[in-house]
Design a protein around this ligand. Structure first.
Ligand SMILES: Nc1ncnc2c1ncn2[C@@H]1O[C@H](COP(=O)(O)OP(=O)(O)OP(=O)(O)O)[C@@H](O)[C@H]1O
Ligand SMILES: [Mg+2]
Length: 221
């Protein structure tokens, strides 16, 4: 489902990713762990089509998701591909402040022109599963950190993407809600064969995934 070879990323002189290779199968749940600053979020953003690697031609970087190579896609093609195939949970939730929780979650379905009634049902189902049904009409600033994070998870899942990238999705959650979120990820994988790549500092979550990748200084060990 995901195939990457020789990803490099530099910010000026600072080399953040130093040649990352990885391959993740359909339906796999993979965790990425490592010290702060190791490059985990940078890698996830590139895998998730939200950022570009440095000098892909020089390094002969290859990046494919769902059998499609996206490095050469136009912005418009990438946006469409992302909307249909990828869910992304940001480390800092990135909800739109002027929209309610429900509106934030429905946004991807509106972009893809899905049936409003079905989308609404699905949104409410996710809100139930994530224990935030009582907060649908709140705006992000009226949500706690953990609630905002779960709204962001619902937004990532609403379009039933093939691949979900989650950057510390349990960072702001108590252990009960963290467990519920892990369970939801595993249930979705079992039901729909969705693929998950999860950056986490949560040891329990990291150990419970199919495979744990350790990042250090811009490399996967
Ligand atoms: N836009 C940027 N410009 C310059 N340096 C950056 C930029 N984005 C990230 N970095 C640097 O790249 C390195 C890797 O950052 P990244 O966010 O990928 O780390 P991380 O492994 O996700 O850490 P954490 O566990 O703290 O979230 C850091 O040292 C950071 O300072
Ligand atoms: Mg990070």
């Amino acid at each position: 489902m995901i195939k990457a070879t020789n990803i490099h990323k530099s910010y000026g002189q600072l080399e953040v990713l130093k040649g990352v290779d990885l391959e993740i199968k359909t339906g796999e749940i993979v965790s990425i762990v490592g010290e702060s600053g190791a490059g985990k979020s940078t890698l996830l953003q590139i895998l998730g089509t939200l950022d570009l690697p440095t000098n892909p031609d020089k390094y002969n970087t290859q990046l494919t998701l769902a059998e499609q190579s996206f490095l050469k896609m136009s912005d418009r093609e990438i946006s469409k591909f992302r909307n249909q195939n990828i869910g992304f949970v940001f480390q800092h939730h990135q909800l739109l402040p002027e929209f309610t929780a429900l509106e934030n979650v429905l946004l991807p379905t509106r972009i893809s022109g899905k049936n409003e009634k079905e989308s609404m049902d699905k949104a409410f189902q996710l809100f139930e599963e994530l224990h935030i049904a009582h907060r649908v009409d709140h705006r992000p600033k009226e949500l706690s950190g953990g609630e905002a994070q779960r709204v962001a998870v619902a937004r990532a899942l609403i379009n039933s993407p093939k691949i979900i990238f989650a950057d510390e999705p349990t960072g702001n959650l108590d252990s009960k809600n963290a467990d519920a979120l892990h369970q939801l990820f595993f249930d979705l994988r079992d039901k729909y064969n969705q693929t998950f790549v999860i950056v986490t500092h949560n040891k329990e979550l990291a150990e419970s995934t199919d495979r744990k990748l350790v990042m250090k200084d811009g490399m996967i060990l």
